[in-house]
Design a binder for this molecule. Structure first.
Ligand code: ATP
Ligand code: MG
Length: 371
């Protein structure tokens, strides 16, 4: 058994590490030669749609998967032509890559979303703004991540600026109501080839200008009804896509309801805690699912808080001295706001976890403002 991974970032690295424990070799493809997967698995350097690179990637592979949501769907089609099964299914990726298709898919599974309009021009944006009112958030339909390709429209001046930008470079977009949610939660589920499903409990996520900084599990005082609802939505999404692998739903908790934000057809930053605080990590469960192996339990063995290490690496010595702090570094070179690693703090109780979190936080560099 060999797994081919499109994408060589930290998610690929952690997938390869999980596979390694089961003596399952991985090979990865990334256009960037110093992609951080390189330390733990052979890396093919090339474009995602380069036929030679794809052939090299999938040589002897049992299955191909992806850890990068902007892999061109045509690359997956090219892969199908070299006859390697692909999981998760390319249709799921197609939906997740386009915010409009994604919102329509959410409607299909009964998940409400903030009011939105699909727009292609400044005139349509103005019409949408009069219909929806301000504040709004404008998002490119395709190729966004970590808050890129988005702008908030809070005032008439912002609206003029957004219209001018659209006039200069028109892009199919959606504009949606900027809602004041109570908090953000995500739910991560896994579906195996035989239809077995396991779902991790919802996690509470905090972002800084579009980038995840912290995840808390289990999400404190989340109503039972919402936990059941998240579970139901995940099951519906997995089944309707005939999904195989790990799927993430990013949700807003808003006045006792869950609204859909987006989905990711891959292992997710808000699931990194599973390495240290669950019986089976999201990475291992993804590998198991795509290879047709039985899934592991998606439980929470103890409360955990995951903090991303962004921008610059902390001093290891004091960090490692904090009981319950599990440090993961990805071997990436520093850059403002770049995800360089994460720390998962595990403790017998949430209160004890928060105590250690404060110590860890004091050792992490402040996050640079978004340029
Ligand atoms: P990522 O890849 O990190 O998930 P992204 O670029 O795909 O980010 P979104 O998840 O759509 O973008 O948005 C990033 C963040 O912006 C959200 O996590 C949320 O904090 C905020 N946000 C997005 N849409 C809305 C909205 N309609 N109302 C309020 N806040 C929003
Ligand atoms: Mg998001």
């Amino acid at each position: 058994m060999t797994v081919a991974i499109l994408g060589g970032g930290q998610l690929g690295r952690m997938l390869a590490l999980a596979a390694h424990r089961l003596a399952i070799p991985c090979r990865a493809l990334d256009p960037i030669a110093d992609s951080c997967v390189r330390d733990v698995a052979p890396l093919v350097v090339g474009a995602y749609d380069d036929a030679d690179a794809l052939r090299e990637l999938t040589r002897g592979a049992t299955v191909a998967t992806y850890e990068f949501e902007n892999v061109p769907v045509r690359a997956l089609e090219a892969l199908a032509s070299v006859r390697v099964p692909i999981a998760p299914p390319p249709r799921a990726l197609q939906v997740a890559q386009d915010r409009l298709l994604e919102k329509r898919f959410f409607a299909e599974i009964g998940l409400d979303v903030p009011d939105y309009r699909s727009i292609d021009s400044a005139a349509e944006l103005r019409a949408a703004a009069s219909a929806l009112g301000l504040p709004l958030i404008l998002k490119a339909r395709r190729l966004g991540y970590d808050g890129r390709g988005q702008r908030r429209i809070e005032t008439a001046v912002d609206l003029d600026a957004a219209c001018a930008a659209l006039d200069r470079s028109p892009a199919p977009s959606i504009v949606e109501r900027l809602i004041s949610f109570d908090r953000e939660v995500s739910v991560i589920g896994v579906r195996a080839r035989d239809g077995q499903i396991v779902i991790y409990p919802p996690v509470w996520n905090t972002h800084d200008a579009g980038i995840l900084i912290r995840s808390v599990t289990p999400a404190p005082s989340l109503a039972r009804a919402l936990i059941a609802r998240a579970d139901h939505l995940m099951r519906a999404a997995l089944e309707s896509l005939d999904y195989v692998g790990v799927l993430t739903l990013e949700l807003f908790e808003c006045a006792g309801r869950l609204l859909g934000n987006e989905m990711a057809c891959r292992v997710h930053n808000s699931g990194h805690w599973t390495i240290d605080a669950s019986s089976c990590s999201q990475f291992e469960n993804h590998i198991r699912a795509i290879l047709g192996l039985p899934l592991g339990a998606a439980d929470v063995r103890h409360p955990a808080v995951m903090l991303n290490i962004l921008g610059s690496a902390p001093d290891l010595v004091p960090l490692l001295a904090i009981p319950g702090a599990h440090v993961h570094l990805y071997g990436k070179s520093p850059a403002p706001r770049r995800k360089l690693g994460h720390v998962t703090i595990c403790a017998p109780t949430p209160v004890e976890a928060e105590f250690a979190v404060a110590r860890v936080q004091s050792l992490l560099a402040p996050i640079a403002p978004r340029p």
